[in-house]
Design a protein around this ligand. Structure first.
Ligand SMILES: Nc1ncnc2c1ncn2[C@@H]1O[C@H](COP(=O)(O)OP(=O)(O)OP(=O)(O)O)[C@@H](O)[C@H]1O
Ligand SMILES: [Mg+2]
Length: 467
């Protein structure tokens, strides 16, 4: 291919030279020759000068023709070379720009030495470094899983090692450690490339963080949706049952109360029985109220509420008991958070239940080293799903929630505290309340280590608070 195009070029120039020579000779003959010859004859007249004249005429003729042809051909040649060079520079610039601004990270690796020879902007960005910091280094040292020692020998199998052993191409999804020590999910595809002079590996790397985060958010949303619809149907059923129970129950309590109030002599046994009916009836009434609260879709008492205030009030009710049990309480709720649009008493009910759950869980925990028992409430304003929300986290390092239970804790009547009077309604009611406020609630935990409840309420970004 190359040889034939060279031959073409030589032929082209030979014909150009031929044509140009003909042209120059023609011009010489027609335009310059006669006046020049005349001038020489005048200058060197007579028979004695005939040899000198011939010499001068012939030499000037040869000289002029060859110089003229040379100048024209060389100029043409130079222009051609220039144009080719410009094209080459332009194409190099275009490919460089494509390479540098590609939306995927591209790295070029020398296959023998495993050294990175080139890296584009995105490649550096994904690895959290600069081209100077990466080029020249062993690629197995740069692209390594989190926690792996920074030595080429320590590369665990992330697919790269096999490639470097000579596989032609491949693709792998893995997690790598960036220059600042963070873990980043990436997909890497590789291809070997052999040119005349070198054996290269082209690495194409894509950052999967955003996609992973989206997947995580979608999963979380589906989980919430499932939880919400499950609880909605339980809620409807239990509200129906609670309604049905409420009236006869009030009847039972009222009748027992009438018996108690009746002025007659009763045996101790009778009095105990009547009190028992009233107390137990009261307990059922409390459960029924809880169920109704869980099922209630009630959003009419909405005000602009400062979260910090609501938390302070709730803590003041419980603070002493937490103190008594040596629980350290940390509150990290900035005063300048946007207010929430909420029903104050229902919001406090959520906070109180969180405190009460953490309190119980921390009490269950055996004192453990110097770590101590910690309950922390923190809140931040964040963007979630395109809107401004206040995210409140309730964290305690108590007994935590076993993995098998975490999907059930929001179900009404799920409790592990039945022996101490737990009804299993606290979290269901909280769930209902948060839902009615257009928020979300979820739990994270590691059994034996901690429990964290993350509650998000939509923020009311308008100026000033009114409640
Ligand atoms: N902070 C926490 N740490 C460990 N487990 C928790 C925590 N909060 C809730 N749980 C678990 O979730 C279950 C349900 O909690 P929920 O508040 O709904 O009911 P309860 O506290 O058991 O009873 P109630 O609140 O009705 O008195 C608890 O029994 C417990 O197993
Ligand atoms: Mg509770």
């Amino acid at each position: 291919m190359k040889r034939s195009s060279n031959l073409k070029l030589v032929l082209f120039f030979a014909s150009i030279t031929f044509v140009l020579t003909a042209l120059v000779v023609f011009t010489w003959e027609r335009v310059i020759r006669d006046p020049f010859f005349e001038w020489v004859e005048q200058r060197y007249p007579g028979e004695a000068n005939s040899l000198t004249r011939l010499n001068i005429q012939q030499r000037v003729e040869h000289f002029t023709i060859s110089i003229a042809v040379d100048v024209v051909v060389v100029t043409l040649l130079l222009r051609l070379v220039n144009r080719q060079q410009r094209r080459l520079v332009e194409s190099e610039e275009r490919y460089r720009a494509l390479f540098e601004h590609a939306s995927d990270g591209i790295g070029v690796v020398n296959a023998e030495a495993h050294r990175l020879t080139e890296a584009n902007n995105m490649f550096c960005e994904i690895l959290g470094s600069t081209a100077q910091g990466l080029v020249g280094r062993d690629v197995r040292e740069i692209i390594r899983p989190p926690g792996a020692a920074a030595a080429a020998a320590a590369i665990p199998s992330n697919g790269l090692a096999e490639l470097l052993e000579g596989n032609a191409s491949g693709e792998t999804e893995t997690v790598i450690e960036t220059a600042d020590g963070a873990a980043r999910p990436v997909s890497i595809s590789f291809k070997t490339l052999t040119t005349e002079r070198e054996h290269l590996i082209i690495l194409i790397m894509r950052d999967l963080s955003a996609r992973r985060q989206l997947e995580g958010e979608r999963e979380e949303m589906q989980r919430q949706l499932f939880q919400t619809s499950k609880l909605a149907s339980i809620g409807e059923l239990s509200a129906g049952v609670a309604h049905e129970i409420n009236n006869p129950l009030n009847g039972v309590i009222n009748f027992a109360q009438l018996l108690k109030d009746e002025e007659t002599d009763r045996s101790d046994f009778d009095r105990q029985m009547i009190d028992g009916i009233i107390d137990e009836g009261g307990r059922i009434a409390k459960i029924v109220r809880g169920l109704l609260a869980f099922a209630r879709h009630d959003t009419h008492e909405m005000h602009r509420i400062g979260l910090s205030e609501a938390i302070k009030t709730s803590l003041s009710l419980f603070g002493r008991q937490l103190d008594k049990d040596n629980i350290t309480v940390e509150v990290d709720v900035p005063e300048d958070l946007p207010p929430l649009r909420a029903d104050g008493s229902r919001l406090r009910q959520v906070v109180l239940n969180m405190i009460s759950n953490a309190h119980y869980s921390l009490r269950m925990k055996q004192p453990k080293g110097t770590e101590g028992k910690l309950f922390r409430i923190s809140a931040r304003r964040v963007e979630s799903g395109g809107r401004s929300v206040v995210r409140i986290e309730f964290y305690d390092n108590g007994v935590g929630i076993p993995a098998g239970n975490i999907g059930k804790i929001f179900d009404p009547f799920f409790t592990t505290r039945r022996d101490v009077g737990g009804t299993g309604l606290g979290l269901s009611i909280s769930f209902g309340i948060v839902r009615d406020h257009g928020g979300t609630i979820r739990a994270e935990s590691e059994a034996g280590q901690f429990a964290r409840f993350v509650v998000e309420f939509p923020a009311d970004e308008k100026e000033g608070a009114d409640g």
